[in-house]
Design a protein around this ligand. Structure first.
Ligand code: NDP
Length: 248
């Protein structure tokens, strides 16, 4: 039975858990061959096994997105293996919430390197492949925090506002090349993201918040990404803001 992404090739970063894992599975389910990238190889293997058990095609490419050469290898390895690249989902991210006065600046650096520079470098490396093909689709997982700043999220806000700005500038540059862009801005999603918050009090508050409402699940975001990339080539769904219904 033909599906929307048959014959297409996708890369998903941060595919070892949460939104990335669910997105890799959703794109594979729609017919795409999917390269899954993140640091934890065993977790990537589990995702790839699930995709293959469902009849899909997956490629595990262990990648630290803060390593520019590794990001270039990810694009190259995928194109070598699958012959093309239609969809790049830059999803890898960390949310190390701290007030400015308490901030460990190494955490700021890590957020900028993963959430922002990693994404920019992957898009930079994928662009010539998509231009050569005459089209492609770049999906950037930003956040509600890319549109609305809040206390204790300063560093994270800086990276996600950065993602939104970068993506809009990129969109204008490549629109005529048939390259589409989508910024996805999730609200609260139940994943491992909150577990890495270094400030204990903020971590506990955030975990309490997750438990206090009917949060989104990774599959809820994956479904919207699948919807965006499955649009006809002349339709560019540029921005998706998705909150749990109960989130203020
Ligand atoms: P998870 O913690 O489950 O997923 C984060 C992913 O990023 C993991 O696969 C992790 O893999 C990967 N990652 C982290 N650092 C690196 C690195 N240096 N190199 C490669 N991969 C890396 O959280 P989510 O699924 O929630 O997060 C996915 C995206 O969604 C992030 O960009 C996040 O900011 C965004 N988001 C999440 C929201 C939420 O409420 N959960 C809300 C809004 C946006 P590994 O550790 O194996 O490298």
């Amino acid at each position: 039975e033909p599906t929307a992404l048959d014959g297409e090739v996708a890369i998903v970063t941060g595919a070892s858990s949460g939104i990335g894992a669910a997105t890799a599975e959703a794109l594979a389910d729609a017919g795409a061959s999917v390269a899954v990238a993140a640091r934890r190889e065993a977790a990537l293997e589990t995702v790839a096994d699930r995709i293959e058990a469902d009849g899909g095609e997956a490629l595990v490419v262990p990648t630290d997105v803060t390593d520019e050469a590794a990001v270039e290898d990810l694009i190259e390895t995928t194109v070598d293996e699958f012959g093309r690249l239609d969809v790049l989902v830059n999803n890898a991210g960390v949310m190390l919430l701290e007030a400015v006065e308490d901030a460990d600046t190494d955490n700021w650096r890590q957020m900028v390197e993963v959430n922002l520079l990693g994404l920019m470098n992957a898009t930079h490396a994928a662009l010539p492949v998509m231009q050569e093909q005459g089209g492609g689709h770049v999906v950037h997982v930003s956040s509600v925090a890319g549109r609305r700043a809040s206390a204790t999220a300063s560093g994270y806000n800086a990276t996600k506002f950065g993602v939104n700005g970068f993506t809009e500038a990129f969109r204008q540059e490549v629109a005529a090349d048939g390259i589409r862009t989508t910024v996805v801005e999730p609200g609260l999603v139940e994943t491992e993201l909150q577990e890495h918050i270094p400030d204990e009090e903020i971590r506990e508050q955030t975990e309490e918040w997750v438990g206090s409402l009917d949060a989104l699940q990774p599959e809820d975001i994956a479904r919207s990404i699948r919807f965006a990339v499955a649009q006809p080539a002349h339709v560019s769904l540029n921005e998706l803001l998705i909150r749990p219904t109960e989130q203020e």
